[in-house]
Design a protein around this ligand. Structure first.
Ligand SMILES: [Mn+2]
Length: 229
């Protein structure tokens, strides 16, 4: 029963559907989404619905909270946060996909889903987070802000703490070539960024972005699905 890790979807529902087809994912398998299902792309609601449909057909789903789900939740709290999310971080596109004009009008079942998302996930040989880990904290998994937002943390990795686990994360779009290099060195570097910025296709395709990425845990096979508009 394979486990698949999936990078930042950002509302790219058609691309997600194409990736799932490529994975040949089936009942009994596990899909671990690394956060940022929503915002920027064309169909945030549709992405959540697709994730729920996986559950309905017997696929085990783990969906981590990304900083974008966090921004949506923050937007429920005050107007400044809602403005920041909507106008500076692609939240407007998410609202449009729900057919609403304010975050409070998103149906409660979706809000509960975002609220219930775990911040990290561990499975045999792997530790998954959305963004990164603060290895200067006594417990790196306790720094919630770092789990959601941190960039440029590879130099701080404490391999004694990490043991034999491989870190899987998203959050910072990097070119496909760099992802492939990380994948090549997976065993000794023990980290892999699965964010190839699929939502930034086609504008940034020349910079090596534009695929939705996945890794199969047991075989370490890497999958790259080009953006589907
Ligand atoms: Mn992110």
């Amino acid at each position: 029963m394979p486990t698949y890790f999936v990078g930042d979807v950002h509302g790219c529902r058609q691309t997600l559907l194409a990736l799932l087809k490529q994975l040949e994912i089936k009942a009994g398998d596990t899909a671990v989404f690394l956060g940022d299902l929503i915002d920027r792309g064309p169909d945030s609601k549709g992405v959540v619905d697709t994730v729920w449909q996986l559950r309905a057909v017997g696929i085990r789903v783990v969906s981590l909270r990304g900083n974008h789900e966090q921004m949506l939740l923050n937007a429920l709290e005050d107007a400044d946060s809602e403005e920041r999310w909507c106008y500076h971080n692609g939240g407007q596109k998410a609202l449009e996909s729900f057919g609403v004009s304010s975050v409070g009008c998103i149906p409660a079942e979706y809000l509960r889903f975002f609220e219930g998302m775990p911040l990290w996930y561990e499975t045999e040989g792997y530790l998954c987070v959305h963004a990164g880990l603060n290895f200067r904290a006594s417990d790196p998994l306790s720094d919630t802000h770092a789990l959601l937002w941190l960039r440029h943390w590879y130099d701080d990795i404490d391999y004694t703490w990490l043991r034999n686990r491989i870190l899987i994360h998203g959050h910072t779009p990097i070119p496909l070539q760099i992802i492939e290099e990380q994948h090549l060195h997976l065993t000794h570097q023990q980290y892999l960024n699965l964010d190839n910025g699929c939502v930034y296709a086609p504008a940034y395709s020349s910079q090596g972005l534009g695929h939705l990425m996945a890794l199969r845990a047991d075989t370490q096979q890497l999958f790259a699905q080009p953006f589907v508009g």
